[in-house]
Design a protein around this ligand. Structure first.
Ligand SMILES: Nc1nc2c(c(=O)[nH]1)N[C@H]1C(S)=C(S)[C@@H](COP(=O)(O)OP(=O)(O)OC[C@H]3O[C@@H](n4cnc5c(=O)[nH]c(N)nc54)[C@H](O)[C@@H]3O)O[C@H]1N2
Ligand SMILES: Nc1nc2c(c(=O)[nH]1)N[C@H]1C(S)=C(S)[C@@H](COP(=O)(O)OP(=O)(O)OC[C@H]3O[C@@H](n4cnc5c(=O)[nH]c(N)nc54)[C@H](O)[C@@H]3O)O[C@H]1N2
Ligand code: SF4
Ligand SMILES: [Mo]
Length: 706
């Protein structure tokens, strides 16, 4: 085989790579390739990604749990027969909704599309959702509400380079998308990088030496902070009033909702000095086009979004962007930094409980009848909207909940909130089926495991954080009996509802997706497989084959019925599980450079596992001194949901009222034992980012001799 042009398997930056064959079967070497997002760069995870192809415990054979309770090898035929029989009998006994499907934002567009169609057409269940609910769903909900369209970045990432100011709210891009830091250079040179994070992260560090401002706010207070920034903009007459009048529906709503948030009040809530709030607002405003600036962006990450008020926090960020007249202007705007490799495409083609392909709503009669037509079924046959991820998990095995769950592309037993309950619910199922590439924590609990292809072993498409559709290509043969997720859907469909067949050929599935998306918000119909193959990386919407795609949205109008952006008045509220005398610190969670998500892949890469082998808690030196905590020695964290013992990392980079723990570890290292599953009322996003925690030194506990 010759060199193959493809993209990194991990995050939404989708860095371009070239894979070169090597002597070892199934193995490749990776080289970065120039592309506007990564400009020839790769992070450490991207460089080491080929190792995951040949890890020693790679799943290569279907597994089924035997009478003794062990997972033993079986054939695809036997595994598919078994699963189809169980599905059939559970649905006969308990109805179609007795079977649920859980997808992932790392799946290709074709897999995500086939998963949603399989759930609605073959299983006819409403119970389908995916891990994107844990990811950018609050930003998606806010963008849909304000703009009528949710494309994470409604502009090319490279546009950031020319901006004079960039406000990053809860994004640690220097660790989560390192090559993207290059695009912050304009703002840094202008002293306009503004970072809101309770920790002095690598990203916050970029603001030092006059390059910008780090607003080290109290966790869970972004909403108050952004309302105050907007207050300053309005009060100091820095708003783009002509833009507000012309392009938004309710400029007065903006004044009303921020009038009470003067900086001194926000200082009391956020801990950010009023003078710093004023300075940040002025820096951002000075870069806005209305003041002749070089351009300004407001970008949100999971730090702002993964809260029970995430949708409103993002709404406040959008309102600030509207006040400054940014959205729709070239070189300015609001965007959400989507996370997973196909986080964008994964939310467009029907894995979500309320969604049909093309970012259509499953409750819209016109959308239902169009998609039903493509699928060859009656619209009345399609189920309605189902439960969101956490609600779905919490319903498993309950009286009116699903009895079977099929998981494709998520390691729930590490990454879902309040794990004690997840474990209990998974155990209550009659059937758990997991398709994965490695024996993840969740796969090890399954009744049936399907071994599936990963990035370099499959053809397909991914949609990056910019909304660009990219080609993933085969570089190596998959090992053993490994097949695509598409083969699971096709094999089960053949056994359960053969009148509606599923293709295993990614290009054929993509062709169907194009048709299903035609006329929808995320319209891929003009992006043919041939165009993709020829190396075009087009931005959606692209409604015809002679269309050149849409790099920038909102130039003339927003996606709302009247074309104006909706100003939604929002107000601050406290975190769901707020501090008490017993639990006086905030537990915040997030990512490390070296690991990806639940760690199922990166914990198996020697270089990455050696760099960050185990979970730890970042604790401020003052708190450490008060509680007798010693760097490197064990502490106990306890929340209303659970407790864990882990080593302390004493660092003044974290706020004194905050403890940070990365979520990449399983078993006793899983911080999601402690996290809160309180949901945002609109996006149904759980409050991963913050809850109250009790911290005690556990040195004596570990040192008691056995
Ligand atoms: N190395 C690495 N890169 C990744 C991933 C990975 O797992 N590892 N995953 C990918 C995915 S799916 C995603 S979603 C993205 C996520 O990318 P980011 O959003 O950058 O990642 P996080 O570390 O989850 O959160 C960002 C920051 O939020 C801060 N934070 C916590 N609570 C609050 C708060 O209340 N307010 C504010 N303002 N900040 C807060 C944390 O301290 C953290 O530094 O990364 C993608 N890239
Ligand atoms: N406390 C806390 N928890 C969090 C977060 C946080 O910030 N804090 N962040 C949340 C966010 S933003 C996200 S995105 C989630 C992610 O968490 P998960 O949903 O667990 O994501 P991954 O670890 O990427 O899991 C993907 C699984 O699919 C497998 N896989 C890879 N490719 C394929 C494929 O093509 N097909 C199939 N079938 N399997 C495949 C991988 O081996 C892995 O086991 O975690 C969430 N959980
Ligand atoms: S930044 Fe993301 S896409 Fe790029 S190499 Fe790292 S993990 Fe891969
Ligand atoms: Mo994510």
């Amino acid at each position: 085989m010759t060199a193959v042009a493809t993209h990194c398997p991990y995050c939404a930056l989708q860095c371009a790579t070239t894979l070169h064959p090597v002597e070892r079967p199934g193995a490749v070497e990776v080289q970065p390739r120039d592309f506007p997002t990564n400009r020839g760069g790769l992070c450490r995870k991207g460089w080491t990604a080929p190792e995951v192809l040949t890890v020693s415990d790679r799943l290569t054979q279907p597994l089924v749990r035997n009478a003794a309770g062990d997972l033993v090898e079986t054939t695809w035929e036997a595994a598919l027969d078994f699963v189809a029989d169980r599905i059939r009998s559970l649905q006969e006994a308990h109805g179609n909704d007795a079977v649920a499907v859980f997808g992932g934002g790392g799946l290709t567009n074709e897999k995500a599309y086939a998963l949603g169609k399989f759930a609605r057409v073959t299983l006819r269940t409403s119970n389908v959702d995916y891990n994107g609910r844990f990811c950018m769903s609050s930003a998606a909900a806010a963008s849909n509400r304000a703009f009528g369209i949710d494309r994470g970045l409604p502009f090319p990432l490279a546009d950031l380079g020319g901006a004079g100011a960039i406000l990053l709210v809860g994004s640690n891009i220097a660790e989560t998308m390192p090559p993207a830091v290059a695009h912050l250079s304009g703002a840094r040179e202008a002293g306009g990088l503004l970072v809101v994070d309770p920790r002095r992260t690598a990203t916050a560090g970029l603001t030092e030496e006059g390059a910008g401002v780090h607003l080290q706010a109290t966790p869970g207070t972004d909403l108050a902070l952004v309302l105050a920034l907007t207050h300053v903009v309005l009060q100091e007459n820095l708003a783009d009033t002509a833009y507000l009048a012309e392009r938004t529906d309710d400029p007065d709503g903006l004044f009303r909702s921020t009038a009470g948030w003067w900086p001194e009040r926000a200082e009391r809530v956020t801990g950010v000095p009023a003078a710093t709030i004023r300075r940040a607002a002025r820096v951002l405003a000075a870069a806005a086009p209305v003041h002749g600036g070089a351009g300004a962006y407001i970008l949100t990450g999971r730090g702002a979004e993964q809260h029970s008020k995430g949708t409103d926090t993002v709404t406040a960020c959008i309102n600030l962007a509207l006040a400054l007249g940014l959205p729709g202007k070239v070189g300015s705007g609001y965007g959400c930094i989507t996370g997973q490799g196909n986080g964008q495409g994964g939310r467009e083609h029907g894995q979500k409980a309320d969604q049909l392909p093309g970012y259509r709503s499953i409750s819209d009669p016109t959308a239902r009848s169009y998609v039903a037509g493509v699928w060859g079924v009656s619209p009345d046959d399609l189920p309605g909207p189902g439960r969101s991820a956490v609600e779905l998990i919490n319903s498993l095995g309950t009286a009116d909940g699903p009895r079977a769950l099929l998981v494709h592309g998520s390691n729930l037993l590490v990454s879902a909130p309040r794990l004690a309950s997840v474990r209990e619910r998974l155990a209550a199922l009659d059937l758990l089926v997991v398709a994965d590439v490695v024996p993840s924590e969740t796969a090890l609990l399954a009744d049936v495991v399907f071994p599936v292809t990963q990035w370099a072993e499959e053809e397909g498409t991914m949609t990056s954080l910019e909304g660009r559709v990219l080609r993933r290509r085969v570089a190596v043969e998959p090992p053993g009996e490994v097949r695509s997720d598409l083969a699971v859907f096709a094999g089960l469909a053949e056994r359960l509802r053969p009148s509606i067949p599923f293709s295993m050929d990614p290009s054929a599935v993509y062709e169907e997706l194009r048709v299903a998306s035609a006329g929808g918000i995320a319209d891929y119909s003009g992006i043919s497989w041939d165009r993709l193959d020829a190396g075009e990386a087009l931005f959606w919407p692209c409604p015809s084959e002679d269309h050149t795609g849409t790099p920038r949205l909102f130039a003339d109008r927003f996606g709302t019925p009247d074309g104006r952006a909706r100003v939604v008045a929002v107000d601050h509220r406290p975190v769901a599980d707020d501090l008490t005398a017993e639990a006086p610190l905030y537990l915040v969670t997030g990512r490390l450079l070296q690991h990806y998500q639940s760690g199922a892949q990166t914990r198996r890469v020697a270089e990455l596992a050696e760099a960050e082998p185990e979970v730890y808690a970042e604790i401020h030196p003052r708190v450490a001194a008060q509680l007798g905590v010693v760097d490197g020695r064990p502490v106990r964290l306890r929340t209303a949901r659970g407790s864990m013992v882990l080593p302390a990392r004493v660092t003044s980079d974290v706020r004194p009222d905050t403890v940070f723990v990365p979520f990449h570890y399983g078993g006793e290292g899983a911080v999601n034992e402690l996290t809160n599953d309180a949901l945002d009322p609109i996006s149904r996003m759980p409050e991963f980012k913050v809850c109250a925690v009790e911290l005690t030194s556990a040195v004596s506990l570990m040192e008691v001799p056995a």
